[in-house]
Design a protein around this ligand. Structure first.
Ligand SMILES: [Zn+2]
Length: 152
């Protein structure tokens, strides 16, 4: 019984010290800019973006990354305003692949090419990144994992 109590105490101490020693961070991101889903009646994409940005600013949110799929601008070039509003608000933009490819349906090379194809739009918006953006890294890592043989 004493051994059980010692083990329980050791477990609780380990849990308490471990949880106080580890700081956690949360990143807020908005994916699929400049558009996702149907528009509410009577609103434009810019209206939606302004509402999101105002809400984030009113809540004193830290910089929130907007991750873009530039292919959406082919059909709706006017939605570039959404991305400009994002930058004007002081929030960064990142690469979410050009066409939002499915990892399950694409090769690693397809992903790399799709990430690269998103970059010119980011460059037009004066998005300065050192190295690949977070989403691009995530996509590349995920694509590499897809190409690895399964662990047995
Ligand atoms: Zn997405």
């Amino acid at each position: 019984m004493i051994l059980f109590r010692i083990l329980c105490l050791a477990f609780l101490c380990n849990f308490a010290f471990a949880s106080s020693a580890v700081s956690q961070q949360v990143a807020l991101t908005i994916d699929d800019l400049p558009s996702h889903g149907a528009l509410p009646p009577g609103m434009t994409r810019a209206d939606v973006a302004k509402s999101i940005l105002k809400t984030l600013q009113d809540a004193h949110a830290p910089k929130v990354y907007g991750f873009i799929n530039a292919k959406k601008l082919e059909e709706h070039p006017e939605d570039m305003e959404v991305l400009k509003l994002w930058r004007s608000a002081g929030f960064p933009l990142g690469n979410h692949t050009y066409a939002h490819l499915s990892l399950n349906a694409s090769s690693a090379d397809d992903f790399d090419q799709n990430v690269a194809r998103d970059e010119p739009t980011l460059n037009k918006l004066d998005v300065v990144m050192e190295g690949p953006t977070v989403a691009a890294v995530t996509v590349r890592v995920a694509a590499l994992l897809v190409t690895l043989p399964p662990v047995t």
